[in-house]
Design a protein around this ligand. Structure first.
Ligand code: COA
Length: 204
């Protein structure tokens, strides 16, 4: 009885968020015993897009497709973790200056990349997927000959500041910045969005 209640409550919540156009992942409520060796991590492919849109939707409707396009142009890499379906992603833009107004920051290493949006399906969290995906992304950055990863932590996500320090990142400066980006909405129009962030950097 209790399970039916939780199921209904959760479905109701998803419907409410979809109605408010604030989408969150749908799909399985939990993954049983995720085995990290069964995860497949590789750059996004065309055939991943419908699955990403279905299981890891974003309020920025065209996000996954925009990132595939940037990857095709050689500007970025969108790493996807798949466990049957996509369960997580992380996005790396090879030239930090393509994503961030570097003139607002103190001088950074020339070959710094910008990495953002490490995200794991809520039902797949706590099993090491996020850690593995991040390590894989870091290794690929190093393999490509880059020497630093610039990252942002949103003011709305303060818990991540300690995580970044623990992982070896340091604050770039002591300011709060406005991070601005674009996404394609459901009707194909470009839209601007922004959020307040702190910048962190990891140097190898
Ligand atoms: C944070 C999140 C990605 C962790 O995913 P997860 O699969 O539950 O993570 P794990 O089971 O591997 O356990 C946490 C690990 O991820 C690492 N991690 C967490 N956030 C990280 C980040 N932003 N960058 C790099 N590594 C991170 C932690 O260091 C930890 O590794 P450790 O156990 O070796 O110390 C996940 O909870 C999530 O998607 N949260 C919502 C989105 C979010 O806040 N993303 C971070 C944006 S800065």
């Amino acid at each position: 009885m209790r399970r039916i209640f939780y199921y209904a409550a959760r479905r109701g919540l998803y419907a409410f968020r979809a109605w408010r156009e604030y989408l969150r992942p749908v799909g399985p409520f939990f993954f049983k015993n995720i085995r990290l060796e069964d995860l497949e991590i590789s750059p996004v492919r065309e055939q991943d897009i419908p699955l990403l849109e279905r299981f890891l939707p974003s309020k920025h409707a065209g996000k996954h497709r925009d990132r595939l396009a940037a990857q095709k142009e050689g500007k970025a890499e969108y790493l996807i973790a798949r466990y049957g379906i996509p369960v997580g992603y992380v996005y790396t833009i090879w030239k930090a200056g393509d994503a961030v107004r570097l003139e607002e920051l103190p001088p950074l290493p020339e070959r710094a990349v910008y990495q953002e949006d490490l995200y794991i399906h809520p039902a797949a969290r706590g099993a090491g997927v996020g850690g593995l995906l991040w390590k894989t992304a870091r290794r690929r950055v190093q393999e490509k000959g880059h020497s630093a990863i610039l990252a942002t932590v949103m003011l709305t996500n303060p818990a991540m500041e300690a995580t970044h320090s623990r992982l070896g990142y340091r604050r770039v400066d002591d300011k709060v910045h406005e991070y601005r980006a674009e996404y394609t909405d459901a009707s194909g129009r470009k839209r601007a969005w922004s959020t307040r962030v702190k910048y962190f950097i990891l140097e190898f």
